[in-house]
Design a protein around this ligand. Structure first.
Ligand SMILES: Nc1ncnc2c1ncn2[C@@H]1O[C@H](COP(=O)(O)OP(=O)(O)OP(=O)(O)O)[C@@H](O)[C@H]1O
Length: 771
């Protein structure tokens, strides 16, 4: 080892020691401060009223009393805020103690002689005076040169300017639990060894942050600021999800004052995926964002007595039903923008004709009939917009209810309720009533209590009116199929409507109608999407239909969107055309980034899957070696159970910790699980499974979306199981879940997709019958 290299290493070891010391000291100081603040807060709360003189005699005294209470509250709130901030800082320092930084670049700005050493970590650390950085946050503008360049001329952008200069050194550190494990100087963009090390590890039940090894093209996604919609088309395993999470952390950091975690909506494909990625943002020191499946997002706004089909149930149906082609054609129409437009035509038709209203009842008595509401609706000017008409009706109803409420005060049931009040309730209600009453002299206690009881009883009714629930949107939606038809689709309307009417009749809503019904309902009674949402991130966006995507744009007209997907993994066949992920020349709002390099799988696996990828343009493998995928033939009539066991056991012996048997459907999974006689060690992942553990899992491909396993076994890659174009997408998605090892089993004839792969790209064997 050269002496300069040696002294460099000594320098880095010493620096690490010094930084860890600084972190430790800082943590201790803050901890001490915190316990002091805690004591103060407890004390302050105890003595809150001692420092306030309560005097309510004159108006001036009352104002003064109020003022001093306000001041005390402010002092307390300030202390509590300080405590909260300290708590966050301690957590941040503890994270830094484990790995203070992972990179260093030496940078000399143009026309500046001084060279700066920039150490980069998950958060920044400054000196006491707050002048110099010991560590730069990976999201700081200058940190981007670490991800984007090799040593040489570099540049980066700040809010104000473009800074140019030279990078003279680029160094990576492997620091774990505060111990230096490795130092690499690198000439390439990001050193491969580290990435190799990170990718060679076993699959985990939760995703890791990739902050130390972000690749240049991923960095573009993370730091993208321009267009309103960012679309990322990325090969399987190219780091779309990883980059999206880093992007959220990046945007939260850069827009602290205008973007909070609760303003970010992250839509994920299933619950397992939601839990799989839930660690990443907290690991990066950010609050978790609003993360949910699109199903949960939609179902929230649908009547609870309707059972909404899940996308997975729909998929199972489309895979197994006899009339699947016909059903698929109707699904294609109902998920199209055309259907959205047809709904709009139907709404304008309704506006000039009849809406359906609900009776308004109170204590089982009819207060306002639907005919009465309809008559009022027809009195309104024809040309008025539907939403304005609904608003008018709402006001009219509230006024009518107010009058009826007044009348109700004298009713006998109110007397009955008063008698039922317990003494304490009576007193409480009375005091509350007293406080609410504007006039201070209260003459009629009974009247106040009566009013209060009536108001309470009417509250849910009034709330429902305010939410426009007097409009019977579900009945109108049914009539869309029963009583109406788009002018140019009259002939096929009956066929289209057959399925949905049948389902609605049984209080079921097919998945393709979930978004359509939400849209329909929202257009009439108002859309209730969370208002503060400003950034919408959609993972697995290739599985969104044009209608679903248009709906999100409709309810979040000011929201920025990041869509991540892979057209090769479109598991719902009806989403492959007009998908938002696909290249569109027309829109100025959309910027598209394509990721081609696949990091998840070994090179042999990526090479193998690329041969039958629906579109194999632009997929390249990260050079990580591993065994060739194996294709196994089972002779007809063989003992399938023994063979499958043998394969699974083999994978366990090879040391794989997460082994997934990925099936085409849940039905297929259940078949194998049954075959293996409910072995305790084997878990079946269902649509309501929230997390998974290491070990052997059986999972249908649509629930394996977005996640990864050490070893993947496709248990029936026979011709009869994977044959159609739609099944090509499913097989591709299943195989690309494998990180280190892939096995496909077939009986009789292999899937035609296997035949597309050159023989040297996999090893082939036959399991011979032993019994
Ligand atoms: N720059 C990187 N450094 C370290 N690991 C990475 C990097 N990029 C991707 N990976 C790893 O590669 C794997 C695949 O990443 P990710 O799940 O984000 O890909 P994806 O494009 O969303 O995949 P898919 O579409 O197939 O679900 C993950 O284990 C991720 O941690």
């Amino acid at each position: 080892m050269s002496s300069s290299k040696n002294s460099d290493q000594v320098f880095e070891y010493q620096r690490l020691k010094r930084i860890l010391q600084i972190i430790e000291e800082r943590e201790n100081v803050i901890k001490q401060q915190s316990s002091k603040i805690k004591e103060e807060v407890v004390e302050f709360r105890k003595n809150f009223w001692d420092d306030i003189t309560i005097n309510l005699e004159e108006l001036d005294d009352v104002i003064e009393t109020q003022e001093s209470i306000k001041q005390q509250s402010n002092v307390l709130a300030q202390k509590e805020r300080h405590y909260g901030k300290n708590y966050q800082q301690i957590k941040q320092l503890q994270r830094l103690k484990n790995q203070p930084y992972f990179g260093r670049v030496d940078f000399k700005e143009e026309a500046d002689n001084e060279e700066n050493q920039i150490y980069i970590g998950t958060s920044s650390l400054m000196d006491e005076e707050g002048l110099d950085f010991y560590i730069y946050d990976w999201r700081a503008p200058i940190s981007s040169i670490y991800y984007d360049y090799a040593p040489g001329p570099v540049q980066y952008e700040t809010d104000e300017e473009l800074v140019k200069g030279e990078m003279t050194l680029k160094r990576q550190f492997v620091i774990r639990q505060g111990k230096m494990k490795g130092i690499f100087d690198t000439a390439v963009t990001i050193v491969d060894e580290l990435l190799q090390e990170s990718l060679s590890q076993s699959a985990n039940a939760s995703m890791k942050s990739i902050v130390a090894t972000i690749q240049q093209e991923q960095n573009r996604i993370i730091r993208h600021q321009g267009s309103k919609i960012l679309v990322v088309q990325g090969a399987a395993g190219s780091g779309k999800t990883a980059a999206a999470l880093q992007r959220i952390a990046y945007l939260l950091y850069h827009h602290r004052s205008s973007l909070q975690a609760n303003q970010v909506l992250l839509l994920s494909p299933n619950d397992i995926f939601t839990s799989y990625i839930s660690n990443v943002l907290p690991e990066l020191g950010e609050e978790p964002v609003n993360q949910q499946t699109f199903y949960d997002f939609l179902v929230k706004g649908i009547e609870s007595n309707l059972i909404v089909e899940t996308p997975f149930e729909q998929m199972e149906q489309l895979l197994i039903r006899e009339d699947k082609q016909q059903k698929e054609n109707t699904v294609k129409y109902f998920t199209s923008i055309q259907f959205m437009k047809d709904i709009q035509s139907y709404l304008s038709f309704l506006n000039y004709n009849d809406l359906q209203f609900r009776h308004i009842r109170f204590r089982n008595e009819l207060l306002i009939s639907n005919e009465e509401i309809n008559a009022y609706f027809h009195e309104l000017p024809k040309a008025m917009r539907l939403s304005n008409k609904i608003e008018k009706i709402q006001l009219w109803l509230l006024q009518k209810i107010k009058v009826l409420q007044e009348k109700e005060i004298a009713a006998n049931w109110v007397q009955d309720q008063m008698e039922l009040l317990k003494k304490e309730d009576y007193m409480k209600a009375y005091h509350e009533a007293e406080a609410e009453e504007e006039e201070s002299s209260i003459q009629d206690e009974e009247l106040i209590l009566r009013k209060r009881i009536v108001r309470k009883a009417f509250a849910p009714l009034i709330q429902n009116i305010k939410l426009n629930r007097f409009v019977h949107t579900l009945r109108m939606y049914r009539e869309l199929f029963n009583q109406w038809a788009p002018v140019d689709r009259k002939s096929e309307w009956k066929t289209y409507s057959k399925y949905v009417l049948n389902d609605l009749h049984q209080n079921k809503l097919p998945w393709e109608h979930a978004v359509a019904y939400r849209f329909f309902k929202g257009e009439i009674i108002g859309h209730d999407a969370d208002q503060p949402t400003r950034l919408i991130v959609i993972d697995e966006a290739q599985d969104y239909t044009p209608f679903q995507f248009a709906y999100l744009q409709h309810v979040y007209p000011y929201g920025r969107m990041t869509l991540l997907g892979d057209i090769n993994q479109s598991i719902y066949s009806y989403t492959t055309t007009d998908n938002p992920i696909q290249e569109k020349a027309d829109s100025k709002d959309i910027e598209r980034i394509v990721l081609t390099k696949s990091y998840r799988s070994t090179k042999p696996i990526t090479d193998f899957t690329t041969f039958f990828a629906p579109s194999n343009e632009g997929i390249s493998a990260f050079d990580r070696q591993g065994p060739l995928p194996t294709v196994i033939q089972l002779p007809a009539q063989s003992n399938y159970k023994n063979a499958l066991w043998e394969i699974i056991e083999g994978k366990k012996k090879e040391g794989h910790e997460t082994i997934a048997v990925i099936c085409k459907s849940m039905r297929e999974c259940e078949k194998y699980k049954e075959l293996l006689e409910d072995d305790e060690e084997i878990n079946l992942i269902r649509s309501n499974t929230k997390t998974y553990q290491k070990g052997v899992v059986f999972v249908p491909v649509y629930l394996a979306k977005g996640i990864e396993f050490d070893a993947v076994i496709v248990p029936d890659a026979s011709e009869h199981n994977y044959n159609t174009e739609n099944e090509r997408y499913l097989l591709y998605t299943a195989c690309t879940r494998a990180m280190h090892d892939l096995t496909l089993v077939f009986m009789d004839k292999p899937s035609p997709f296997i035949k597309e792969i050159p023989k040297e790209k996999y090893s082939f064997r036959t399991i011979l019958e032993r019994n």
